[in-house]
Write a protein that binds this ligand. Structure first.
Ligand code: NDP
Length: 330
């Protein structure tokens, strides 16, 4: 069983040295446990946060423990009445070939209904994040101008498409001309701002002449600050993530322009996807319906080989992924 264990807490970006890459025997099945052959692992910006010894919405990964990762796999042995050999499951499988343990929070997925990687993207945690953070916290109305940072990423690309379904004008912020072009041509965005090659303030003025009604923030930092200067009265800012801050060596930089919230009677609200777990099945059904109607496309960026894990994870921070970054175990 090849495994990536957390070897030390990174300062700045995680690298290969952050982990020890080991091979261990799989072990014996205990009471209530299942053995899963891991097939696809979800690579998430949050993994960087789980490496920090800090209070958060979930405990950190301990030193010497298998790096936490969500994933989908196939049950190959079971002592648990809820899961049978041959079932496919979604759960916290860890960065390893095989998961052995109690299936806490695991649920079954059906590969005959959708390809397995989709259960990590639009039909998984990523899609649920986009759905609930945008609809419940963002409270969009038809005709609203919606701005999304990290727009070509896993969550952002789904938010943009849901916003179109809801009749909004959608503007994406992403790095690079190629990503920006794909947002317009493939995903139907109305406008784009390439933050790597153009001035953000000028781009926001051009794309959002009436101001920003909903800002869906995946990146934080300077982009959040720039959007704050363009919000419309009663704007809603969804704090979904702040990837530009996750590798900071100093404290997170908060928004300098937050008084724009006061002037515009606007609000900014944080979001944690697990709070909505009880409603995932209904949302996945609606998302599946949109996909069947051709209104929602799920994009996966699949890299093969468990052994590439540290470098593949790094792609999220250098912006090399388009859509959901998935690691195919073998
Ligand atoms: P993405 O697929 O969006 O990948 C990350 C993207 O972020 C990259 O492709 C890159 O795109 C962009 N990026 C990286 N560094 C920077 C930077 N310094 N400045 C601006 N953009 C940057 O990841 P996810 O869709 O999985 O996650 C998006 C966000 O949602 C993250 O912040 C994540 O933590 C958050 N999240 C929150 C959840 C919650 O419950 N609150 C649940 C799931 C995700 P580009 O090339 O455009 O720079």
């Amino acid at each position: 069983n090849r495994q990536f264990l957390l070897a030390k807490r990174p300062v700045g970006a995680a690298t290969r040295e952050t982990f020890s890459y080991v091979e261990n025997p799989v072990g014996e099945l205990g009471p209530n446990q299942i053995l899963v052959e891991n097939l696809y692992l979800s690579l998430d910006p949050a993994m960087r946060g789980w490496m920090n010894d800090a209070k958060s919405y979930i405990p950190p990964v301990g030193i010497g423990e298998v790096m936490r990762a969500l994933g989908v796999g196939k049950v190959i042995a079971s002592n648990n009445p809820a899961f049978a050999v041959g079932d496919h499951v979604n759960g916290a499988l860890g960065v390893q070939d095989y998961f052995l343990g109690e299936p806490r929070g695991f649920y079954k997925v059906d590969p005959s209904r959708a390809p397995l990687p989709l259960y990590l993207s639009a039909l998984g945690m990523t899609g649920m994040t986009a759905y609930f953070a945008f609809l419940d916290v963002g409270q969009p109305k038809a005709g609203d101008t919606v701005v999304i940072s990290g727009a070509a990423g896993a969550v952002g690309s789904v938010v943009g498409q849901i916003a179109k379904i809801k009749g909004c004008r959608v503007v994406g912020i992403a790095g690079g001309a190629e990503k920006c072009k794909l947002l317009i041509d493939e995903l139907g965005f109305d406008g784009v701002i390439d933050y790597k090659s153009e001035d953000l303030h000028a781009g926001l003025k051009r794309e959002c002449p009436k101001g920003v009604d909903v800002y869906f923030d995946n990146v934080g930092g300077e982009i959040l600050d720039a959007v704050l200067t363009r919000i419309a009265p009663k704007a809603r800012i969804v704090i979904c993530g702040a990837i530009s801050q996750y590798n900071n060596k100093e404290n997170v930089k908060g928004p300098a322009n937050y008084l724009s919230l006061l002037v515009n009677r606007a609000r900014m609200e944080g979001f944690v996807v697990m709070d909505y777990a009880a409603q995932f099945a209904d949302a996945a059904k609606e998302m599946g319906g949109w996909m069947a109607e051709g209104k929602l496309k799920s994009k996966e960026d699949i890299v093969e080989g468990l052994e590439t894990f540290p470098e593949t994870l790094g792609k999220l921070f250098s912006g090399e992924n388009f859509g959901k970054l998935v690691l195919k175990v073998r």
